[in-house]
Design a protein around this ligand. Structure first.
Ligand SMILES: [Zn+2]
Length: 206
């Protein structure tokens, strides 16, 4: 297997790091339309690479073949993607519905969050809860995904996150709808900032 490749794109949003084919969707500050419209929920986002090739294979082995030790490898890649000078107070994983955790035996985002917490010497809090499962998102458009995840997440304990700079962890970002929904409830409950960190993101350029 080739080493997983870090994300490489000529044009991307300076806030959410969404890659684009050209500079057209970006304003003079390099910010995309979704970020300008405040649709993101999170303040910024970082990712290691695109969800393809070796990286995709590693995530599949980790998530679906239950190769838990890969959390260390993937967590290392995530740590590399996060600017060293960024300060955080708390690491929070995107929650799975309990039924899914039970089926899989673990929440992949939580294992990754533990790696990041250890590497950055930060506390971890399972501050979010998924109230209902939400239907499968794979075939949905961005607007449908937003509706699908709206109201799905809630904050367990507001006290844990008040005024905190939160590092929100998920494995893969597709449209960002799930992360936006999580970030929105965290902000509403008093979080100072929310930065999303994922191993990979789906390349939606076409
Ligand atoms: Zn953006």
């Amino acid at each position: 297997m080739k080493a997983p490749a870090p994300l490489d794109a000529e044009f991307f949003c300076s806030a959410c790091h969404t890659p684009f084919r050209n500079a057209m969707p970006l304003d003079s500050h390099g910010v995309c339309r979704a970020c300008r419209a405040g649709l993101r929920g999170f303040d910024s986002a970082s990712t290691f690479g695109f969800y393809e090739g070796t990286l995709r294979s590693l995530i599949h082995l980790f998530k679906y073949a239950g190769m838990r030790p890969l959390a260390g490898t993937l967590g290392g890649l995530m740590n590399r993607a996060l600017p060293v000078d960024r300060q955080f107070d708390l690491v929070v994983p995107v929650p799975l519905h309990w039924r899914k955790s039970l089926e899989r035996g673990f929440n992949q985002s939580e294992l990754l969050a533990r790696e990041l917490a250890r590497k950055r010497n930060l506390p971890l809090a399972k501050a979010l809860r998924r109230k209902r499962a939400g239907s499968v998102q794979a075939s949905l458009s961005l607007a449908e995904r937003r509706r699908n995840v709206a109201g799905v997440f809630e904050v367990r304990s507001k006290r844990d996150i008040q005024n905190k700079r939160i590092l929100l962890i998920d494995d893969v970002m597709t449209t960002g709808a799930t992360a936006s929904a999580c970030a929105t409830v965290l902000k509403r409950a008093g979080a100072k900032s929310v930065t999303l960190l994922t191993v990979a993101r789906v390349d939606r350029r076409n």
